[in-house]
Design a protein around this ligand. Structure first.
Ligand code: UGA
Length: 454
């Protein structure tokens, strides 16, 4: 990244969620004055007072550092007055049918005044064709606005880094001043820029998320076959990932993808294809595999514990992935509901998502430490690979539990250490390791008769 402290083009950002706030703070860091707008008065007031509405590593620091360039308001006037480019980062949640709900986007479009001097820059993930229909609305309303599609590729938990060090910047435009201006804004990041038409830019975003979700469902199915055949999916992924054409990323088998993006965007692309007359078969399988993957944990618990009625199950991690408090579409939601339906009592611990969990899950006791969740449990399920779980004292875990079963939903713990601690260890796509608590061969790295048995 080149030094971004020089004064640069001011921008507006409409919507101060994950995408909006990171984009705003990122451009402020590159030297722009950023005029943020949100209809949520509480959020805007909090931001003015330095309170973050979300937990995202490095974001509070970045906002604080560039506080003088960040301006927060509930109305559009300051953004329209000071900026030509208005980035739109409002939510596009799924509807019941799986289509994207574009009502917040349309509200922004309708709120724009007539102007030849402004452009909307779409950051929100929208179906292919949305830009074209927005341009049609602008034309019907004689508003004269320019339009740019500039999809975001930020990952929660590393969004600030992803903004400052992007793999690529995609800009879909009509070849007018607005596309040039957006490209100039990103220039200090020295990232490859894909300048293309609006529809293709919209498709790059949906296709990228759908491809990554497909990669995850693929490795999860390989993991399931590994469980049937005795192969180890971690070794398989290592061997596959060294092939340049495949790459090592997004080949971690687990209990399914979650979050506010993959589930929504995969079904939005499937619906978009269907609405356009094409049956996207592969995505149906990607979605189904992901749903079943969450539920396989129940079968693993039943394999060892029999009926789950009255059993105490501890869940470690609730967020859809580490380094975020976001629980949208998290595997923990399905898992906790299925466990309770099967008659189990569930205790759970997450290092940061406790407040979100209180809003989203019912009937689960929320512990304030991992130890509290584990104490007296018949089984422990590792749901989210928070770094602090890596350093769990497994001997203490075994001591505190009533049973010995640990189901590692993210292949995060060391199987040999689990076995040495006397735990029965079940992972995803790896040979199960039975408890060796009373085995004379039980010591770290020892290969007694129970090692690697299934
Ligand atoms: C995802 C994309 O990675 C971003 O590029 C994109 O900008 C973003 O969606 C979006 O559309 O806004 P995010 O949802 O934050 O980002 O999270 P990821 O890190 O991609 O993880 C998604 C899910 O996949 C998590 O539940 C994670 O546990 C799971 N996952 C990921 C796996 O199960 N295995 C893997 O190998 C990788």
């Amino acid at each position: 990244m080149r030094d971004g402290t020089a004064t640069r083009e001011p921008i507006g950002v409409i919507g101060t969620g994950y995408v909006g706030l990171v984009t705003a703070a990122g451009f402020a860091a590159l030297g722009s004055d950023v005029f943020c707008v949100d209809i949520d008065e509480g959020k805007i007031q909090g931001l003015r007072e330095g309170r973050m509405p979300i937990w995202e590593p490095g974001l509070a620091e970045l906002v604080a550092e560039h506080r003088d360039r960040l301006h927060f308001a509930t109305d559009l006037a300051p953004a329209l007055e000071h900026a030509r480019l208005l980035f739109v980062a409002v939510g596009t949640p799924p509807t019941y049918s799986g289509d994207a709900d574009l009502s917040a986007v349309h509200a922004v479009v309708d709120a724009m005044p007539a102007s030849d001097a402004h452009a909307l820059v779409m950051k929100s993930t929208v179906p292919v064709g949305t830009g074209e229909s927005i341009k049609r609305v602008f034309a019907q309303q004689s508003k004269g606005f320019a339009y740019v599609s500039c999809p975001e590729f930020l990952k929660e938990g590393s969004a600030v880094k992803d903004f400052l060090e992007p793999d690529r910047v995609v800009i879909g435009d009509d070849g007018d001043w607005a596309g040039e201006a957006v490209e100039a804004l990103y220039a200090p990041l020295d990232a490859p820029v894909v300048r293309t038409d609006i529809k293709s830019a919209e498709m790059v975003k949906l296709a990228s998320n759908a491809f990554l979700a497909t990669k995850i469902s693929f490795i999860n199915e390989i993991a399931n076959v590994c469980e049937e055949t005795g192969a180890d999916v971690v070794e398989v992924a290592r061997g596959m990932g060294l092939d340049d054409r495949i790459g090592p990323k997004f080949l971690q088998a687990g209990i399914g993808y979650g979050g506010s993006c993959f589930p929504k965007d995969v079904s939005a692309l499937k619906q978009l294809a269907g609405n356009s007359g094409y049956h996207f078969q592969l995505l149906n399988a990607v979605i189904e595999v992901n749903e079943l993957q969450k539920r396989r944990v129940i079968a693993k618990l039943q394999k060892h514990l029999g009926s789950l009625v009255g059993k105490e199950i501890a869940l470690l991690g609730l967020a859809f992935k580490p380094n975020t408090d976001d629980m949208r579409e998290a595997s923990s939601l399905v898992l906790s509901a299925r466990l309770q339906a099967a008659g189990a009592h569930v205790r759970a611990y997450d290092p940061v998502a406790e407040d979100e969990a209180r809003k989203l899950i019912r009937g689960v006791d929320l512990a304030s430490t991992a130890g509290e969740a584990i104490a007296g449990a018949d089984a422990v399920v590792l749901v989210t690979e928070w770094p602090e779980f890596k350093t769990l004292d497994l001997a203490a875990v075994a001591e505190a539990m009533r049973g010995t079963l640990v189901v590692d939903g993210r292949n995060f713990l060391d199987p040999a250490a689990a076995r040495a601690a006397g735990l029965t260890y079940e992972a995803v796509g790896r040979p199960a390791v039975n408890a060796a608590r009373r085995s004379p061969w039980a010591s770290a790295g020892a290969t007694g008769p129970t090692a690697g048995s299934r």
